[in-house]
Design a protein around this ligand. Structure first.
Ligand code: DC
Length: 231
């Protein structure tokens, strides 16, 4: 008989700028769960392709590259760090160039399969909070708790704008909004694992909520689910 403890998975999906990373990191910290940012994995492969001058339209080369890449998730003081072939790339993956080009690797089924298998492997050893676009729908359709975080495009653009300004960089909010909408479109229209809400997912619209309010809502849902499972 298999006595292996089943680990708890909190899957958080939603569009860019809905607050997934901050909320997932804080919830994981509160519960002592592992926090996994799956977007960082797609970004890391994109970074490697850009650095290696691999043509982003060349699927075969991208697949070959992904098969020969080591991606590791580490926990650091800011949440989820990532090692690309042993190198800490947590800062390098956040550039606009990487954001704008991540859809190439994200739309290749063979590459998603490689990352899915890494993502699923975490559950063997940890309770996890995992965030992305397809966590509740594809990676862990049996996740104990599925959350879909959303916010209006205006609010998401404003958050991104303020974040860029706080780094002392100039930004144009209209341009940011247009780029967000383009990313939404690409994420939700993609053939493989598009961004869609799982029918069982609880939707939280974060437009007029503070981060603390969203975190408390997720923690309440977790407690409710845990009580249900224990009964
Ligand atoms: O969440 P993010 O902006 O860091 O995601 C980076 C890219 O990866 C973005 O193009 C969406 C894609 N992505 C995905 O296809 N599936 C995921 N589970 C997470 C991210």
């Amino acid at each position: 008989m298999n006595h292996k403890k089943k680990h708890f998975v909190i899957a958080i999906d939603g569009p860019a700028g809905a607050g997934k990373s901050t909320v997932a990191m804080l919830v994981a910290r509160k519960l002592g769960f592992l926090y996994v940012d799956t977007g960082a994995m797609y970004r890391a492969l994109t970074l490697k392709a850009l650095k290696s001058n691999i043509e982003l339209n060349n699927k075969e080369s991208l697949i070959e590259m992904a098969r020969n890449t080591r991606i590791e998730i580490i926990q650091n003081e800011n949440g989820c760090g990532i090692l690309l072939d042993g190198e800490d790339v947590v800062k390098q993956i956040r550039t606009e160039q990487v954001s704008a080009n991540s859809h190439f690797v994200a739309s290749i089924p063979e590459i998603r399969e490689i990352l899915w298998s890494i993502q699923r492997s975490f559950r063997d050893s940890y309770d996890i909070v995992m965030e992305g676009r397809d966590i509740g729908t594809v990676v862990f359709p049996d996740a104990e708790l599925k959350i879909y975080l959303d916010a209006s495009p205006e609010e998401r653009a404003k958050r991104r704008y303020l974040q860029i300004l706080s780094q002392g960089i100039e930004a144009n909010i209209q341009k940011i909004k247009a780029e967000l909408l383009l990313r939404d479109e690409r994420d939700s229209r993609r053939k493989i694992a598009p961004l869609v809400k799982h029918p069982e997912a609880t939707v939280i619209d974060t437009t007029s909520l503070t981060i603390d309010e969203v975190v408390s809502l997720v923690l309440d849902l977790y407690k409710k689910k845990l009580a249900e499972l224990e009964n």
